[in-house]
Design a protein around this ligand. Sequence first.
Ligand SMILES: *Cc1c(COP(=O)(O)O)cnc(C)c1O
Length: 230
Amino acid sequence: MVVENLAKVEKNICAACQRSGRKREEVTLIAVSKTKPVSMIEELLPGGTRDFGENKVQELCDKYEQLPKDIRWHMIGHLQRNKVKYVVDKACLIHSVDSLRLAETISAEGVKKGITVPVLIEVNVAGEESKFGAAPEETEDLIREIAKLPSIAVKGLMTIAPYVENSEDNRGYFASLKKLCVDIKNKNIDNVSMDILSMGMTGDYEVAIEEGATMVRVGTGIFGERDYTI
Ligand SMILES: *Cc1c(COP(=O)(O)O)cnc(C)c1O
């Protein structure tokens, strides 16, 4: 089932790329495996899938230990400062940096471990009360402060768009995140590259690709509904 679902998502991604005149290689599909067993991840490995997303440090670390080391683990969930030390050398990219304090902790752990940690800045593009993320208007200043820190490198932006019935309702948010990304890239801030735009989930990844996403995070569309009661 998982392999078939992935094939459907892959087909949709190709179609969205074609509609928007983009190359398939410009978009990385992250299979969001949170709450799902290692056995489901293993089903996707023979087909070549290597990018997986997790939103909890403990779960990411457990799966990291059990699965092949060539898997690229993406930390996509809210990150507490006291858990940073466990994840900085296991995640290939932390998508959810939204404060200078968190960035300082990541930087300090990077220094300790002798690595540079690539991160995205999470932006609350719709200004939803319930969501984490920097406000769009404070994002550039936050990036300028983070850029001064050692052992952390800002690679782009991430957003979790509102939950909507009709994915078209999020098109404007995706377009405005793309614009913010380009605007900041054009400032040529030292140590900041802004080449990654992580946006789009099961309900809206095709629209996100049409608006410039370079990473889409798809969970339900590949692994099925999540059961949080177990
Ligand atoms: C769970 C999650 C996803 C995947 O959501 P689906 O709607 O199941 O595709 C994507 N991004 C983040 C940050 C998530 O927490």
